[in-house]
Design a protein around this ligand. Structure first.
Ligand SMILES: [Ca+2]
Ligand SMILES: [Ca+2]
Ligand SMILES: [Ca+2]
Ligand SMILES: [Ca+2]
Length: 215
């Protein structure tokens, strides 16, 4: 009986480790597994945190990594939003698949400021909704897979000016947080009409998006 309980306790401990996201630290050397890598120093040096799973993470209590981030890398199809404050608030910077950031002071967030992050899994082959800050696919760029997204969480409220959809997705754009005026576009109608490349649902008004996978 004792033995069985011991195994159960071990099993529960394992589940708990998994449920906080699972991370490992390595002193040096770039990882090769898919995921998001955060580094204490510039040029991918110093203490490293590795996140293989989507989720929301506070860097303060859980990882003893508050206001430490200086560089990062993303391997595979992930996006990460990095926030200045705990609990996913205040200024943020967005990065996605393949990004290598050797010096985060070049970005809005700044050096040694990061306190919380959200990691998203993205579709393969550059799929999903691509949103741009400016017309003609210029300026800051964001990519989203299936799901509901409040652009305020991305520090990107009322900023989108152009978009395209890559793959079999239906996208609903809302002027408010999943309410107010909305427009739904599917990638099929997009493919049929080049003009939709330049279709904008009210410039600088989009606050949230809902992306459905049509497969
Ligand atoms: Ca640092
Ligand atoms: Ca901070
Ligand atoms: Ca804009
Ligand atoms: Ca709006």
């Amino acid at each position: 009986m004792m033995k069985k309980k011991g195994i159960l306790t071990l099993f529960l401990a394992f589940i708990m480790v998994l449920s906080v996201g699972g991370y490992l630290e390595a002193d040096a050397g770039p990882g090769s597994l898919d995921g998001v890598y955060l580094y204490e120093d510039y040029d991918y040096e110093g203490r490293q945190l590795y996140f293989p799973s989507p989720g929301e993470y506070n860097l303060d209590d859980d990882y003893d990594f508050n206001d430490e981030l200086s560089s990062l890398r993303i391997i595979g199809d992930y996006a990460v939003v990095i926030y200045e404050d705990d609990d996913w608030s205040n200024t943020s910077s967005y990065f996605d698949s393949g990004d290598r950031v050797s010096d985060i002071s070049d970005y809005k967030l700044g050096n040694d400021e990061a306190s919380s992050i959200t990691i998203y899994k993205l579709p393969s082959d550059n799929g999903g909704l691509h949103l741009f800050e400016d017309y003609d696919f210029e300026g800051d760029h964001f990519r989203f897979g299936p799901g509901l997204y409040d652009l305020k969480d991305f520090d990107f409220n009322d900023e989108a000016s152009s978009f395209y959809i890559n793959g079999p997705y239906r996208v609903t754009f809302y002027q408010d947080t999943f309410s107010g005026a909305s427009v739904t576009v599917t990638s099929i109608t997009y493919l049929e009409s080049e003009k939709l490349k330049y279709f904008v649902i009210g410039n600088d008004t989009i606050t949230s998006v809902w992306i459905e996978d049509l497969r």
